[in-house]
Design a protein around this ligand. Sequence first.
Ligand code: ZN
Length: 234
Amino acid sequence: MPMPRLNLPNDSIVADYEAGKSAREIARRVGCSCMAIIRRLNEAGVETHSRNPITRFWSHVNKHGPVPTHQPQLGHCWVWTGAIYKSGYGLFSLVSGSTTRAHRFANFLAHGPVPKGLLVCHHCDNRICVRDSHLFRGTQKQNMADAISKSRLAVGERNGNSRFTRANVMKMREAFANGEPMCSLQKRFTIDRTQLAKILRGKLWPHAAGPIVASVCRAKTLISVESKSKRRTA
Ligand SMILES: [Zn+2]
């Protein structure tokens, strides 16, 4: 449905805008597009936030966020109050129409473009924090090392998503080493083949006990060859 024509004097729009209403709010009230309001405001010589991404960015930041309990010396987090990605990071819309993570944009404002392959990570572990002193650039590996050192990542059965215990994992590995086929283990532990293979190869639960195999396929072949030869000799 086409938007109705905007029959509102500029003065009224400017007054609303200067009273603190956003272009979006005015657009909603008037029943026209946000862009039409911005155009009118710009025609009237009012600089809108959308023209200046830096002003717009900081208008979505609350500098009185929580102090990280594990690192109180960092001081208050600067909390992003705009839109948020499903992943929990702040979402900032660029003028180009694309979006970026708010903390990445904050880091860009302070230090320039983030080199390819580098992440912008949080010392404070607060994903919506955009305070530059709480951020650091690092590789995926450095981010993981930082997370582990802060025990943010639960390991194995401490991880709430884990369905297994160390004892279960050890049982799976021992049973496989003793010749129990993958399909039988899958049924016994209600686990899909990929996950099971990762456990047996030590890609998952690397810290748990039990014999780890280099490849489940080779082991399976060996077992099947062994059982065939057993059958032949029987
Ligand atoms: Zn923070």
